[in-house]
Design a protein around this ligand. Structure first.
Ligand code: GLN
Length: 467
Protein backbone atom coordinates (compact mmCIF):
# COMPACT_ATOMS: atom_id res chain seq x y z
CA UNK A 1 0.00 0.00 0.00
CA UNK A 2 2.87 2.39 0.69
CA UNK A 3 4.18 1.64 -2.82
CA UNK A 4 0.76 2.28 -4.28
CA UNK A 5 0.53 5.60 -2.41
CA UNK A 6 3.96 6.59 -3.78
CA UNK A 7 2.77 5.66 -7.25
CA UNK A 8 -0.63 7.38 -7.42
CA UNK A 9 -1.07 9.88 -4.61
CA UNK A 10 0.58 12.79 -6.42
CA UNK A 11 -2.37 12.58 -8.80
CA UNK A 12 -5.10 11.58 -6.32
CA UNK A 13 -3.97 13.55 -3.23
CA UNK A 14 -5.98 11.42 -0.83
CA UNK A 15 -3.39 11.83 1.93
CA UNK A 16 -2.29 14.90 3.84
CA UNK A 17 0.27 12.89 5.78
CA UNK A 18 1.75 9.43 5.23
CA UNK A 19 3.46 7.77 8.18
CA UNK A 20 5.51 5.09 6.43
CA UNK A 21 7.72 4.46 9.45
CA UNK A 22 4.82 4.18 11.88
CA UNK A 23 2.95 1.90 9.50
CA UNK A 24 5.93 -0.40 9.07
CA UNK A 25 6.45 -0.56 12.83
CA UNK A 26 2.77 -1.41 13.42
CA UNK A 27 2.93 -4.11 10.75
CA UNK A 28 6.12 -5.57 12.26
CA UNK A 29 4.43 -5.74 15.67
CA UNK A 30 1.61 -7.80 14.17
CA UNK A 31 4.14 -10.07 12.48
CA UNK A 32 6.00 -10.52 15.75
CA UNK A 33 2.75 -11.62 17.45
CA UNK A 34 2.06 -14.13 14.74
CA UNK A 35 5.64 -15.43 14.74
CA UNK A 36 5.45 -15.93 18.50
CA UNK A 37 2.25 -17.89 18.10
CA UNK A 38 0.12 -15.25 19.81
CA UNK A 39 -3.40 -14.83 18.44
CA UNK A 40 -3.94 -11.67 16.36
CA UNK A 41 -5.47 -8.78 18.29
CA UNK A 42 -8.48 -8.70 15.95
CA UNK A 43 -9.55 -9.97 12.52
CA UNK A 44 -8.13 -6.72 11.13
CA UNK A 45 -4.65 -7.04 12.64
CA UNK A 46 -2.13 -5.97 10.00
CA UNK A 47 -4.71 -4.45 7.65
CA UNK A 48 -3.65 -1.01 6.32
CA UNK A 49 -6.08 1.83 6.93
CA UNK A 50 -6.39 5.52 6.07
CA UNK A 51 -7.63 7.83 8.83
CA UNK A 52 -9.50 11.06 8.20
CA UNK A 53 -7.44 13.98 9.47
CA UNK A 54 -10.12 14.97 11.96
CA UNK A 55 -9.22 12.22 14.46
CA UNK A 56 -6.53 13.07 16.98
CA UNK A 57 -3.32 11.07 16.53
CA UNK A 58 -0.50 11.66 18.99
CA UNK A 59 2.24 10.67 16.55
CA UNK A 60 0.90 12.45 13.46
CA UNK A 61 -0.47 15.89 12.58
CA UNK A 62 -4.21 16.44 12.90
CA UNK A 63 -5.02 19.40 10.68
CA UNK A 64 -8.73 18.99 9.84
CA UNK A 65 -7.73 20.38 6.44
CA UNK A 66 -7.15 23.79 8.05
CA UNK A 67 -4.23 26.20 8.26
CA UNK A 68 -5.38 26.82 11.83
CA UNK A 69 -4.18 23.38 12.91
CA UNK A 70 -1.30 22.94 10.48
CA UNK A 71 1.30 23.04 13.24
CA UNK A 72 -0.74 21.30 15.94
CA UNK A 73 0.32 17.92 17.32
CA UNK A 74 -2.35 16.37 19.54
CA UNK A 75 -1.05 15.21 22.91
CA UNK A 76 -3.42 12.23 22.84
CA UNK A 77 -5.15 9.70 20.58
CA UNK A 78 -8.86 9.81 19.77
CA UNK A 79 -10.74 6.78 21.06
CA UNK A 80 -11.18 5.63 17.44
CA UNK A 81 -7.41 5.92 16.89
CA UNK A 82 -6.70 4.01 20.09
CA UNK A 83 -9.13 1.22 19.21
CA UNK A 84 -7.58 0.87 15.75
CA UNK A 85 -4.11 0.56 17.24
CA UNK A 86 -5.27 -1.94 19.87
CA UNK A 87 -6.85 -4.03 17.09
CA UNK A 88 -3.48 -4.16 15.29
CA UNK A 89 -4.79 -2.09 12.37
CA UNK A 90 -1.93 -0.41 10.50
CA UNK A 91 -2.57 3.32 10.18
CA UNK A 92 -0.97 4.47 6.91
CA UNK A 93 -1.61 8.17 7.43
CA UNK A 94 -4.17 10.95 7.55
CA UNK A 95 -6.55 11.74 4.73
CA UNK A 96 -7.61 14.97 3.10
CA UNK A 97 -10.92 16.61 3.93
CA UNK A 98 -12.89 19.79 3.60
CA UNK A 99 -11.76 22.23 6.27
CA UNK A 100 -13.27 21.14 9.60
CA UNK A 101 -15.46 18.72 7.60
CA UNK A 102 -17.48 21.54 6.05
CA UNK A 103 -18.11 20.74 2.43
CA UNK A 104 -19.17 18.12 -0.10
CA UNK A 105 -16.20 17.99 -2.44
CA UNK A 106 -12.92 18.21 -0.46
CA UNK A 107 -12.27 21.45 -2.35
CA UNK A 108 -12.47 23.37 0.93
CA UNK A 109 -9.26 21.75 2.17
CA UNK A 110 -6.58 24.37 2.79
CA UNK A 111 -4.10 21.91 1.26
CA UNK A 112 -5.70 21.49 -2.17
CA UNK A 113 -8.44 19.15 -3.40
CA UNK A 114 -8.47 15.38 -3.65
CA UNK A 115 -9.15 13.97 -7.12
CA UNK A 116 -11.69 11.26 -7.81
CA UNK A 117 -9.76 8.14 -8.89
CA UNK A 118 -12.46 7.43 -11.51
CA UNK A 119 -11.78 10.75 -13.24
CA UNK A 120 -9.14 13.09 -11.87
CA UNK A 121 -11.04 16.14 -13.14
CA UNK A 122 -13.88 15.33 -10.74
CA UNK A 123 -14.46 15.67 -7.01
CA UNK A 124 -14.27 12.59 -4.74
CA UNK A 125 -17.13 13.91 -2.60
CA UNK A 126 -16.69 15.46 0.81
CA UNK A 127 -15.95 16.20 3.39
CA UNK A 128 -14.18 12.84 3.63
CA UNK A 129 -13.07 12.71 0.00
CA UNK A 130 -9.57 11.61 0.96
CA UNK A 131 -10.74 8.54 2.87
CA UNK A 132 -13.04 7.27 0.10
CA UNK A 133 -10.61 8.14 -2.69
CA UNK A 134 -7.83 6.20 -0.92
CA UNK A 135 -10.03 3.10 -1.15
CA UNK A 136 -11.10 3.63 -4.75
CA UNK A 137 -7.43 4.15 -5.72
CA UNK A 138 -6.38 1.01 -3.79
CA UNK A 139 -4.05 3.05 -1.59
CA UNK A 140 -5.68 1.65 1.56
CA UNK A 141 -7.79 -1.40 2.32
CA UNK A 142 -9.99 0.40 4.84
CA UNK A 143 -10.62 3.98 5.93
CA UNK A 144 -12.39 5.85 8.67
CA UNK A 145 -14.48 8.94 8.03
CA UNK A 146 -16.96 11.16 9.83
CA UNK A 147 -20.49 11.90 8.77
CA UNK A 148 -22.21 15.07 10.00
CA UNK A 149 -24.50 15.52 7.01
CA UNK A 150 -23.25 12.87 4.60
CA UNK A 151 -19.46 13.06 4.62
CA UNK A 152 -18.99 9.28 4.71
CA UNK A 153 -21.89 8.23 2.49
CA UNK A 154 -21.66 10.88 -0.23
CA UNK A 155 -17.92 10.32 -0.92
CA UNK A 156 -18.65 6.57 -0.81
CA UNK A 157 -21.34 6.96 -3.46
CA UNK A 158 -19.30 9.05 -5.88
CA UNK A 159 -16.17 6.89 -5.58
CA UNK A 160 -17.97 3.54 -5.86
CA UNK A 161 -17.15 2.45 -2.30
CA UNK A 162 -19.10 1.56 0.85
CA UNK A 163 -19.67 4.17 3.57
CA UNK A 164 -21.56 3.79 6.83
CA UNK A 165 -22.85 6.37 9.26
CA UNK A 166 -23.49 4.37 12.43
CA UNK A 167 -26.26 5.27 14.87
CA UNK A 168 -25.40 8.56 16.60
CA UNK A 169 -23.50 7.64 19.74
CA UNK A 170 -22.37 4.31 18.32
CA UNK A 171 -18.77 5.39 17.69
CA UNK A 172 -16.99 7.59 20.23
CA UNK A 173 -16.45 11.25 19.40
CA UNK A 174 -13.64 11.58 21.95
CA UNK A 175 -10.70 13.09 20.09
CA UNK A 176 -12.77 13.76 16.99
CA UNK A 177 -12.43 17.49 16.35
CA UNK A 178 -15.98 18.80 16.71
CA UNK A 179 -17.87 20.44 13.86
CA UNK A 180 -21.52 19.94 14.88
CA UNK A 181 -21.55 17.87 18.03
CA UNK A 182 -25.17 16.69 17.86
CA UNK A 183 -24.63 15.38 14.31
CA UNK A 184 -20.96 14.29 14.02
CA UNK A 185 -20.47 10.55 13.83
CA UNK A 186 -17.39 8.50 12.91
CA UNK A 187 -17.83 5.42 10.79
CA UNK A 188 -16.28 2.88 8.46
CA UNK A 189 -15.37 3.25 4.78
CA UNK A 190 -14.49 0.12 2.81
CA UNK A 191 -14.69 -1.54 -0.58
CA UNK A 192 -17.13 -4.23 0.56
CA UNK A 193 -19.94 -4.39 3.09
CA UNK A 194 -18.23 -7.17 5.06
CA UNK A 195 -15.00 -5.15 5.30
CA UNK A 196 -17.02 -2.21 6.62
CA UNK A 197 -18.69 -4.49 9.19
CA UNK A 198 -15.34 -5.80 10.45
CA UNK A 199 -14.11 -2.23 10.87
CA UNK A 200 -17.39 -1.15 12.48
CA UNK A 201 -16.93 -3.74 15.24
CA UNK A 202 -13.39 -2.48 15.90
CA UNK A 203 -14.26 1.22 16.26
CA UNK A 204 -17.77 1.09 17.79
CA UNK A 205 -18.79 0.61 21.39
CA UNK A 206 -19.37 2.51 24.59
CA UNK A 207 -16.79 5.09 25.67
CA UNK A 208 -17.08 6.80 29.05
CA UNK A 209 -14.98 9.68 27.63
CA UNK A 210 -17.86 10.68 25.31
CA UNK A 211 -21.01 11.70 27.16
CA UNK A 212 -23.19 10.96 24.12
CA UNK A 213 -21.75 7.48 23.61
CA UNK A 214 -24.43 4.79 23.76
CA UNK A 215 -24.01 2.31 26.61
CA UNK A 216 -25.36 -0.72 24.77
CA UNK A 217 -23.83 -3.68 22.96
CA UNK A 218 -22.59 -3.02 19.42
CA UNK A 219 -25.17 -4.41 16.96
CA UNK A 220 -23.91 -7.71 15.45
CA UNK A 221 -22.93 -6.17 12.12
CA UNK A 222 -20.40 -8.80 11.00
CA UNK A 223 -22.87 -11.64 11.51
CA UNK A 224 -25.49 -9.58 9.65
CA UNK A 225 -23.15 -8.97 6.70
CA UNK A 226 -22.40 -12.69 6.48
CA UNK A 227 -26.09 -13.53 6.67
CA UNK A 228 -26.91 -10.94 4.01
CA UNK A 229 -24.26 -12.31 1.66
CA UNK A 230 -26.51 -15.34 1.11
CA UNK A 231 -28.67 -12.96 -0.92
CA UNK A 232 -32.05 -13.75 0.59
CA UNK A 233 -34.16 -10.75 1.61
CA UNK A 234 -37.47 -12.53 1.92
CA UNK A 235 -39.48 -11.10 4.79
CA UNK A 236 -37.62 -7.76 4.65
CA UNK A 237 -39.88 -4.76 4.08
CA UNK A 238 -38.20 -1.99 2.08
CA UNK A 239 -39.65 1.53 1.87
CA UNK A 240 -38.77 3.81 -1.04
CA UNK A 241 -38.75 7.36 0.31
CA UNK A 242 -40.95 9.33 -2.03
CA UNK A 243 -39.37 12.68 -1.14
CA UNK A 244 -35.84 11.41 -1.84
CA UNK A 245 -36.39 9.68 -5.13
CA UNK A 246 -37.08 12.53 -7.48
CA UNK A 247 -40.84 12.34 -7.06
CA UNK A 248 -41.59 15.27 -4.79
CA UNK A 249 -40.83 18.21 -7.04
CA UNK A 250 -44.37 18.30 -8.35
CA UNK A 251 -45.62 18.94 -4.83
CA UNK A 252 -44.18 22.44 -5.26
CA UNK A 253 -42.19 22.33 -2.05
CA UNK A 254 -39.09 24.27 -1.14
CA UNK A 255 -36.81 24.95 -4.07
CA UNK A 256 -34.00 23.28 -2.16
CA UNK A 257 -35.53 19.83 -2.39
CA UNK A 258 -37.56 17.64 -4.66
CA UNK A 259 -36.89 16.10 -8.00
CA UNK A 260 -35.27 18.93 -9.89
CA UNK A 261 -31.68 18.27 -8.86
CA UNK A 262 -31.69 14.53 -9.64
CA UNK A 263 -29.63 13.29 -12.55
CA UNK A 264 -31.73 10.96 -14.75
CA UNK A 265 -29.05 8.24 -14.77
CA UNK A 266 -28.96 8.26 -10.96
CA UNK A 267 -32.72 7.78 -10.83
CA UNK A 268 -32.55 4.97 -13.40
CA UNK A 269 -29.84 3.27 -11.36
CA UNK A 270 -32.00 3.67 -8.26
CA UNK A 271 -35.01 2.12 -9.97
CA UNK A 272 -32.86 -0.83 -11.02
CA UNK A 273 -31.62 -1.18 -7.42
CA UNK A 274 -35.18 -1.29 -6.12
CA UNK A 275 -36.01 -3.98 -8.67
CA UNK A 276 -33.00 -5.96 -7.53
CA UNK A 277 -34.07 -5.74 -3.88
CA UNK A 278 -37.45 -7.07 -4.96
CA UNK A 279 -35.78 -9.88 -6.89
CA UNK A 280 -33.87 -10.81 -3.72
CA UNK A 281 -37.20 -11.35 -2.01
CA UNK A 282 -37.82 -8.00 -0.32
CA UNK A 283 -41.30 -6.56 -0.19
CA UNK A 284 -41.10 -3.00 -1.58
CA UNK A 285 -43.54 -0.18 -0.81
CA UNK A 286 -43.46 3.58 -1.28
CA UNK A 287 -43.30 5.60 1.92
CA UNK A 288 -43.80 9.32 2.39
CA UNK A 289 -41.66 11.33 4.81
CA UNK A 290 -43.12 14.78 4.17
CA UNK A 291 -40.74 16.76 6.40
CA UNK A 292 -37.60 15.45 4.70
CA UNK A 293 -38.12 18.30 2.27
CA UNK A 294 -37.10 20.67 5.06
CA UNK A 295 -34.07 18.70 6.22
CA UNK A 296 -31.53 20.67 4.20
CA UNK A 297 -32.59 24.13 5.45
CA UNK A 298 -32.85 22.84 9.04
CA UNK A 299 -29.37 21.28 8.79
CA UNK A 300 -27.85 24.50 7.46
CA UNK A 301 -29.07 26.31 10.58
CA UNK A 302 -28.22 23.64 13.16
CA UNK A 303 -24.78 22.64 11.81
CA UNK A 304 -23.47 26.23 11.43
CA UNK A 305 -24.88 27.15 14.86
CA UNK A 306 -23.00 24.34 16.55
CA UNK A 307 -19.93 25.08 14.40
CA UNK A 308 -19.86 28.72 15.45
CA UNK A 309 -19.79 27.60 19.07
CA UNK A 310 -17.33 24.72 18.62
CA UNK A 311 -14.83 26.72 16.56
CA UNK A 312 -14.66 29.46 19.20
CA UNK A 313 -11.90 27.36 20.79
CA UNK A 314 -9.53 28.33 17.97
CA UNK A 315 -8.58 31.53 19.72
CA UNK A 316 -4.88 31.71 18.80
CA UNK A 317 -3.99 30.82 22.38
CA UNK A 318 -4.75 27.15 22.77
CA UNK A 319 -4.04 25.45 19.43
CA UNK A 320 -1.85 25.77 16.38
CA UNK A 321 -1.65 28.99 14.42
CA UNK A 322 -1.00 32.38 16.02
CA UNK A 323 -0.70 35.47 13.82
CA UNK A 324 0.52 38.96 14.70
CA UNK A 325 1.72 38.23 18.22
CA UNK A 326 4.62 40.71 18.13
CA UNK A 327 4.19 42.24 21.56
CA UNK A 328 2.34 45.31 20.28
CA UNK A 329 -1.13 43.82 19.83
CA UNK A 330 -3.89 42.92 22.24
CA UNK A 331 -5.05 39.33 22.66
CA UNK A 332 -8.24 40.27 20.85
CA UNK A 333 -6.33 41.63 17.84
CA UNK A 334 -4.16 38.51 17.69
CA UNK A 335 -7.27 36.35 17.87
CA UNK A 336 -8.92 38.27 15.09
CA UNK A 337 -5.84 38.21 12.81
CA UNK A 338 -5.36 34.51 13.47
CA UNK A 339 -8.94 33.58 12.66
CA UNK A 340 -8.85 35.80 9.57
CA UNK A 341 -5.73 34.04 8.27
CA UNK A 342 -6.44 30.55 9.59
CA UNK A 343 -9.98 29.88 8.41
CA UNK A 344 -11.09 29.48 4.82
CA UNK A 345 -14.12 31.10 3.22
CA UNK A 346 -16.62 28.29 3.89
CA UNK A 347 -15.69 28.02 7.56
CA UNK A 348 -16.11 31.79 7.94
CA UNK A 349 -19.47 31.64 6.16
CA UNK A 350 -20.69 28.99 8.61
CA UNK A 351 -19.40 30.83 11.67
CA UNK A 352 -21.22 33.98 10.55
CA UNK A 353 -24.41 32.10 9.73
CA UNK A 354 -24.37 30.25 13.04
CA UNK A 355 -23.56 33.32 15.09
CA UNK A 356 -26.47 35.11 13.45
CA UNK A 357 -28.88 32.20 13.93
CA UNK A 358 -27.99 31.95 17.62
CA UNK A 359 -28.08 35.66 18.36
CA UNK A 360 -30.63 37.15 20.70
CA UNK A 361 -33.82 38.01 18.89
CA UNK A 362 -33.20 35.47 16.13
CA UNK A 363 -32.60 32.34 18.15
CA UNK A 364 -36.24 31.22 18.30
CA UNK A 365 -36.99 32.08 14.70
CA UNK A 366 -34.00 30.22 13.25
CA UNK A 367 -32.30 27.76 15.59
CA UNK A 368 -35.52 27.06 17.51
CA UNK A 369 -37.52 26.42 14.34
CA UNK A 370 -34.81 24.20 12.92
CA UNK A 371 -34.87 22.08 16.09
CA UNK A 372 -38.63 21.67 15.73
CA UNK A 373 -38.19 20.56 12.13
CA UNK A 374 -35.62 18.08 13.38
CA UNK A 375 -38.24 16.54 15.67
CA UNK A 376 -40.73 16.32 12.79
CA UNK A 377 -38.13 14.52 10.68
CA UNK A 378 -37.50 12.05 13.46
CA UNK A 379 -41.26 11.47 13.70
CA UNK A 380 -41.40 10.83 9.94
CA UNK A 381 -38.73 8.16 10.41
CA UNK A 382 -40.59 6.64 13.36
CA UNK A 383 -43.83 6.44 11.38
CA UNK A 384 -42.06 4.95 8.37
CA UNK A 385 -40.31 2.31 10.48
CA UNK A 386 -43.68 1.15 11.79
CA UNK A 387 -44.37 -0.02 8.24
CA UNK A 388 -40.96 -1.05 6.90
CA UNK A 389 -37.63 -2.43 8.13
CA UNK A 390 -35.37 -0.25 5.99
CA UNK A 391 -35.77 2.87 3.87
CA UNK A 392 -33.90 3.37 0.59
CA UNK A 393 -33.05 6.29 -1.68
CA UNK A 394 -30.23 7.34 -3.96
CA UNK A 395 -27.27 8.45 -1.79
CA UNK A 396 -26.68 11.57 -3.86
CA UNK A 397 -28.76 13.39 -6.49
CA UNK A 398 -25.89 13.35 -9.02
CA UNK A 399 -22.65 11.54 -9.77
CA UNK A 400 -19.28 13.22 -9.09
CA UNK A 401 -19.25 16.75 -10.47
CA UNK A 402 -16.24 18.53 -11.95
CA UNK A 403 -13.67 20.15 -9.67
CA UNK A 404 -14.44 23.89 -9.62
CA UNK A 405 -18.01 23.49 -10.88
CA UNK A 406 -19.76 24.37 -7.61
CA UNK A 407 -17.11 26.26 -5.62
CA UNK A 408 -18.76 29.63 -6.17
CA UNK A 409 -22.27 28.38 -5.48
CA UNK A 410 -22.74 27.24 -1.87
CA UNK A 411 -26.38 26.23 -2.47
CA UNK A 412 -25.41 23.90 -5.31
CA UNK A 413 -22.71 22.42 -3.06
CA UNK A 414 -25.17 21.94 -0.18
CA UNK A 415 -27.59 20.06 -2.47
CA UNK A 416 -25.12 17.16 -2.67
CA UNK A 417 -26.35 16.17 0.81
CA UNK A 418 -30.06 16.31 0.08
CA UNK A 419 -30.59 12.60 0.68
CA UNK A 420 -28.09 11.98 3.45
CA UNK A 421 -28.97 14.73 5.94
CA UNK A 422 -32.27 13.33 7.31
CA UNK A 423 -30.48 10.38 8.97
CA UNK A 424 -28.04 12.75 10.70
CA UNK A 425 -30.82 14.95 12.01
CA UNK A 426 -32.69 11.95 13.41
CA UNK A 427 -29.56 10.16 14.66
CA UNK A 428 -30.28 6.83 13.00
CA UNK A 429 -27.89 4.69 10.98
CA UNK A 430 -27.44 4.72 7.20
CA UNK A 431 -25.18 3.19 4.57
CA UNK A 432 -24.20 3.92 1.00
CA UNK A 433 -23.47 0.82 -1.04
CA UNK A 434 -22.21 0.89 -4.65
CA UNK A 435 -25.08 0.66 -7.12
CA UNK A 436 -23.37 0.43 -10.48
CA UNK A 437 -22.61 3.27 -12.88
CA UNK A 438 -24.90 5.97 -14.22
CA UNK A 439 -25.65 5.18 -17.85
CA UNK A 440 -25.06 8.71 -19.16
CA UNK A 441 -21.58 9.32 -17.70
CA UNK A 442 -20.27 5.95 -16.52
CA UNK A 443 -19.61 7.25 -13.00
CA UNK A 444 -20.43 5.44 -9.73
CA UNK A 445 -23.83 5.74 -8.07
CA UNK A 446 -24.69 4.82 -4.47
CA UNK A 447 -27.78 3.22 -3.00
CA UNK A 448 -28.60 4.62 0.43
CA UNK A 449 -30.10 2.31 3.05
CA UNK A 450 -31.48 3.82 6.27
CA UNK A 451 -32.54 1.98 9.45
CA UNK A 452 -33.74 2.97 12.93
CA UNK A 453 -31.25 3.90 15.65
CA UNK A 454 -29.43 0.85 17.06
CA UNK A 455 -30.50 -1.33 14.12
CA UNK A 456 -27.15 -0.91 12.31
CA UNK A 457 -26.98 -4.67 11.70
CA UNK A 458 -29.98 -4.40 9.37
CA UNK A 459 -27.96 -2.07 7.12
CA UNK A 460 -25.29 -4.71 6.74
CA UNK A 461 -27.72 -7.52 6.06
CA UNK A 462 -29.46 -5.62 3.25
CA UNK A 463 -26.26 -3.99 1.98
CA UNK A 464 -24.43 -7.33 1.73
CA UNK A 465 -27.38 -8.96 -0.02
CA UNK A 466 -27.52 -6.11 -2.52
CA UNK A 467 -23.83 -5.55 -3.34
N1 GLN B 1 -21.52 18.51 3.24
C1 GLN B 1 -22.11 18.72 4.53
C2 GLN B 1 -21.61 20.01 5.11
O1 GLN B 1 -20.91 20.68 4.44
C3 GLN B 1 -21.82 17.56 5.42
C4 GLN B 1 -20.46 17.58 5.97
C5 GLN B 1 -20.16 16.42 6.85
O2 GLN B 1 -20.89 15.42 6.89
N2 GLN B 1 -19.10 16.56 7.60
O3 GLN B 1 -21.90 20.37 6.21
Amino acid sequence: HLDRIAEVDDAVHAFLHVDAEGARAAARAVDADLDAGRPPASPLAGVPLALKDVFATKDMPTTCGSRTLESWRPPYDATVTRRLREAGVVILGKTNMDEFAMGSSTENSAFGPTHNPWDHARIPGGSGGGSSASLAAFEAALAVGTDTGGSIRQPGAVTGTVGVKPTYGGVSRYGLVAFSSSLDQGGPCARTVLDAALLHEVIAGHDPLDSTSIDAPVPPVVAAAREGAAGDLSGVRVGVVRELSGHAASAGRSASAGGDGYQPGVLRSFEAAVEQLRALGAEVVEVSCPHFTYALPAYYLIAPSECSSNLARFDAMRYGLRVGDDGTRSAEEVMSLTREAGFGAEVKRRIMLGTYALSSGYYDAYYGSAQKVRTLIRQDFDAAFERVDVLVSPTTPTTAFKIGERVDDPMAMYLADLCTIPANLAGNAAMSVPSGLADEDGLPVGLQIMVPALADDRLYRVGAAYE
